[in-house]
Design a protein around this ligand. Structure first.
Ligand SMILES: [Mg+2]
Length: 268
């Protein structure tokens, strides 16, 4: 895609793109108003499995952006859908993570358990204890499959970069001497699920993200146009080295460039 004017469907990352922690990025409300006005379908796709789609929708509403829960795909839901390809409803799964992730797996039909499990699903746990680490590591040593919602080492916040799912995964991998499979970006599965839901084709879809190693690499694997914004994890030099198709300071600057591309195409 050589012009933003060709975007028909948009996929947006959340942390570091729409907000950092509880702090919305500048012109967030205006950006979503533009998408609604232009009737451009979009989906928000996040590796961060610490909150449900409902909770993310409410969080955004508090920042002035109206996004429906059905327009949000969280890696916890994606992990549940991914696992259901291989395991029937009723399969026992241990969750090392927060309530939102547990809910996603239960809604997909899995039984949450601490013993005799086939799979251990790992994500961020803000209440982690030695006992929890010990339990998960022992289940992994016992042969349970090691699945991570994502491998991001950290999460951008107003305090800076905080420990993410990848940090928890690294600890459990070291303790159990086993290796995980990550479901979230840069695996293309979440982008593919989002495109299927929107009825989008890769040639006219663009993904906006802040982290080159996940958002941009994942977008390339899914065959879609990639847009890197600099409000989160990656710098301009990293975005250039990673081969992002477009780079902007933030979504406000993306919005300006998009409007300009539209008006240019009208004139020609
Ligand atoms: Mg991000």
């Amino acid at each position: 895609m050589n012009s933003l004017n060709n975007i028909k469907h948009l996929i947006l990352d959340m942390d570091g793109v729409l907000y950092c922690g509880n702090e919305p990025v500048p012109r967030l409300r205006e950006f979503f108003a533009f998408l609604r006005e232009r009737e451009t379908p979009f989906m928000l796709v996040t590796n961060n499995a610490t909150r449900t789609a409902d909770e993310r929708s409410k969080q955004l509403a508090g920042m002035g952006a109206e996004v429906f829960p059905s327009e949000i795909l969280v890696s916890g839901q994606a992990t549940a859908r991914y696992l259901r390809r291989d395991y029937p409803a009723g399969t026992r799964v241990h969750v090392f993570g927060m309530a939102a992730l547990k809910q996603a797996l239960e809604e997909a039909g899995f039984v949450l358990a601490d013993t005799d499990v086939e799979v251990v699903v790992v994500s961020v746990d803000r209440d982690l204890t030695y006992e929890k680490i010990k339990r998960a590591a022992r289940l992994l040593r016992g042969g349970a499959r090691f699945i991570a919602t994502n491998l991001d080492p950290n999460i951008p916040s107003e305090e800076g970069l905080l420990p993410g799912s990848g940090a928890m995964v690294a600890m459990l991998a070291a303790a159990s001497e086993t290796r995980p499979t990550g479901v979230g970006k840069p695996e293309p599965i979440m982008y593919e699920l989002a495109m299927t839901q929107m009825g989008a084709s890769p040639e006219t879809t663009a993904a906006v993200g802040d982290r080159v190693a996940t958002d941009i690499v994942g977008g390339k694997r899914a065959g879609i146009t990639t847009i890197c914004v600099l409000t989160g994890a990656s710098s301009r030099a990293e975005a250039e080295a990673g081969g992002a198709d477009f780079i902007f300071d933030d979504i406000g600057h993306l919005l300006d460039a998009w409007r300009e591309a539209i008006s240019r195409s009208r004139q020609s």
